[in-house]
Write a protein that binds this ligand. Structure first.
Ligand code: ZN
Length: 278
């Protein structure tokens, strides 16, 4: 049975329809309330999700404070130029291997948190975000989905001036200012989707549709990325991969983010993130 996981007020919960259920409570203390600890037990969430009807809920998710599903990943990766149309708008060659950078974990923020802008060249990047579910080392792409806890929505907010200030560009710093990594609101298990490799992703700025794509257009898809990274280092539960953004970012036309702008980001089936720039 698929599950939908959320971090409600700092506590690990499962969600069914509009109700959330505190995992520590309904597991009678077996599963930690800490979302990072709990994520390592995601293989058990399938069975628990099937039993939610037998429990009282803890509240209504739309009225709750929801934070990042994996708020403190040990490692957090970004992938650059991973959609053909975005590589073209960036006037860059198509990559022959994934362009991987560090999105420092301290930048991770919640699905409704403000983005605290610094400087005047900040950009949005709607992304599908992968959260690892178990210790992952040297796996094949065919095995990869079984190592993924779930998928969520993300924004890889990017300070372009900072990103491009050094030669070669230091993507890690330009994409890791405090609050530049909103994720959420839910983490859905891969079996929640008819095809987890083909999801509709959108980004609106103040109601204006800027990005609209299918994740099936990824140059390096989720199974490839998980396999590729697992050959380099051991991945652990909660590790997070921002998989890249499609065309439509602000940089080509210098449509950068301004205070007051509302960034609305969706991935089909997962939900909506809404972040206001300050
Ligand atoms: Zn990105």
């Amino acid at each position: 049975m698929p599950f939908s996981f959320a971090n409600v007020d700092g506590r690990a919960c499962l969600v069914e329809n509009d109700a959330y259920f505190d995992l520590e409570r309904i597991s009678e203390g077996s599963i930690s309330a800490d979302p990072m600890e709990a994520l390592g037990r995601n293989d058990e969430f399938h069975a628990i999700a099937a039993s939610l009807e037998s429990h009282e809920s803890d509240g209504v998710i739309s009225e709750a404070t929801v934070d990042a599903p994996a708020p403190r990943p040990r490692n957090s990766f970004g992938v650059g130029l991973n959609y053909k149309d975005h590589a073209e708008e960036s006037k860059m060659d198509l990559p022959s291997v994934p362009v991987v950078f560090t999105k420092y974990p301290s930048c991770i923020s919640g699905p409704f948190d403000d983005v605290l802008l610094r400087g005047d060249s900040n950009d949005y990047e709607a992304e599908l975000v992968v959260v690892i579910g178990r210790t992952t080392r040297d796996i094949t792409a065919d095995q990869a989905w079984s190592y993924v806890a779930g998928l969520t929505v993300g924004q890889d907010i990017s300070d372009r001036a900072l990103q491009l200030a050094a030669r070669p560009a230091h993507f890690g710093l330009g994409k890791s200012r405090d609050s530049y990594g909103p994720t959420g609101p839910m983490l859905l298990s891969p079996d929640s989707f008819a095809d987890p490799n083909d999801l509709h992703i959108t980004c609106d700025i103040n109601g204006d549709r800027r990005q609209d794509a299918q994740t099936s257009s990824l140059i390096f898809d989720v199974p490839f990325l998980v396999s590729y990274l697992s050959e380099i280092m051991t991945l652990e539960p909660g590790d997070t991969i921002f998989t890249g953004t499609p065309a439509g970012v602000g940089m080509p036309d210098k449509r950068f983010l301004k205070p007051g702008d509302v960034i609305r980001t969706t991935v089909e089936g997962i939900g909506v993130m809404e972040n206001t720039c300050r």
